[in-house]
Design a binder for this molecule. Structure first.
Ligand SMILES: [Zn+2]
Length: 373
């Protein structure tokens, strides 16, 4: 099961955290490498006199890669703004290999809501391509013309590529939302996922024979994203009607000043690898056994939980539907939950995944399930 990637937060725009996944640094470096190699070809195709162009191919590669990065940010925020305009809460955007992953609440259950959110991304890319093209036609500086020509072309390709009818690309969502109107959401997802897997195989084989690493990576990415999309789509149906409190494990909570020694013994007693912390600022946090292990055991009496506790992207009420925390839980594995204003326990991704597995064994199963695992 793949997880939503974590990354480095670089900005916060209108309440939405912009994160950069580590794969992107690798990709940017690769793009600089490829772009600087292709530079003479691009100059040739642009029809601009090469003697009028300043700067080395590597410098141009860097400028191009940064321009492409900004273009992808705009594309991604296109999705975010349309979703926000429908009242969908968006907590963050993680930019990675092929674009981005937006952590948003479930999009309203009307087929065209998903359609609108998805289609705006390629439209933004096409709009950038058009604007850059117009810019290139208006300016007289050969360097600006070259920049506009190159990035315009790249945005056009980005728009076309994202329209391919395969998850996790926008085209996959557009295609699914159109299918969903006729087949229902789960069946439409299954069809689009099969299509995505077929495309992933085709790209992978093509990439292998052309020795194109980017194509092969894209193939792997599409394949795994398509699989997890299917899992999430099926889970939503299976988890319907179950709340965080039904699955979450009730545990005692720690205060900030609890020494690690005490925290460890409480973890042992409750057989819980993670415990909630009542931080002084009122925000529930988490501390895990994994973190405890990073501190030498002989200082467990002196170090307190305060130095290790981590904040959480979401602190649901025990009455919140599980479907609403699915995406967050898949990315962070554990979330604290509250009941009647007080920290009540921890809900684990593993419990939820187990529950989905067991429920899918018996689809006819109805009614609420009390605490799995
Ligand atoms: Zn997109």
């Amino acid at each position: 099961m793949s997880r939503t990637p974590t990354g480095l937060t670089i900005a916060k725009i209108r309440g939405v955290k912009l994160r950069v996944h580590f794969s992107l640094f690798f990709l940017l470096a690769y793009i600089v490498f490829v772009a600087s190699g292709q530079f003479p070809l691009i100059v040739g195709q642009s029809g601009i006199n090469p003697f009028m162009i300043y700067g080395s191919p590597v410098l141009w590669g860097v400028v191009f890669a940064l321009g492409l990065f900004l273009s992808v940010v705009l594309h991604e925020f296109g999705h975010v703004w349309v979703a926000q305009s429908m009242g969908v809460k968006v907590s963050g955007v993680t930019l990675m290999m092929l674009g981005g992953v937006s952590e948003m609440e479930k999009i309203p259950d009307q087929p065209f809501a998903e359609f609108k959110v998805a289609i705006v991304g390629p439209l933004v890319s096409f709009a950038i391509a058009g604007l850059l093209w117009a810019l290139g036609a208006m300016v007289s500086s050969p360097n600006t013309q070259l920049f506009a020509y190159w990035l315009s072309r790249a945005n056009f390709v980005l728009g076309i590529f994202n329209l391919l009818p395969a998850f996790p690309l926008d085209g996959g969502r557009v295609f699914r939302s159109l299918l969903a109107a006729r087949q229902g959401a789960v069946q439409a997802t299954a069809t689009t996922v099969s299509l995505a897997k077929g495309l992933a195989w085709a790209l992978g084989i093509l990439g292998f024979f052309q020795f194109n690493m980017i194509l092969m990576l894209i193939a792997v990415f599409i394949y795994s994203a398509a699989s997890s999309e299917l899992m999430i789509s099926e889970s939503r149906g299976l988890l319907h009607g179950i709340t965080v409190g039904d699955v979450g494990v009730r545990t005692p909570s720690l205060s900030e000043d609890t020494p690690l020694k005490e925290a460890a013994s409480l973890m042992f007693q409750t057989r819980s690898r993670v415990l909630p912390v009542r931080a002084a600022n009122g925000q529930p946090m988490l501390v895990s056994l994994k973190q405890l292990r990073r501190v030498p055991r002989d200082s467990w009496s002196e170090v307190s939980v305060k130095d290790l506790m981590i904040p959480c992207p979401l602190v649901p009420e025990s009455t919140a539907p599980l479907e609403d925390v699915l995406a967050e839980l898949a990315s962070v594995e554990f979330l604290p939950f509250v009941e009647g204003g007080a920290v009540a326990g921890v809900v684990r991704y593993q419990d939820l995944a187990d529950l989905v597995d067991f429920r899918s064994l018996d689809e006819g199963f109805s009614g609420k399930t009390k605490k799995a695992g």
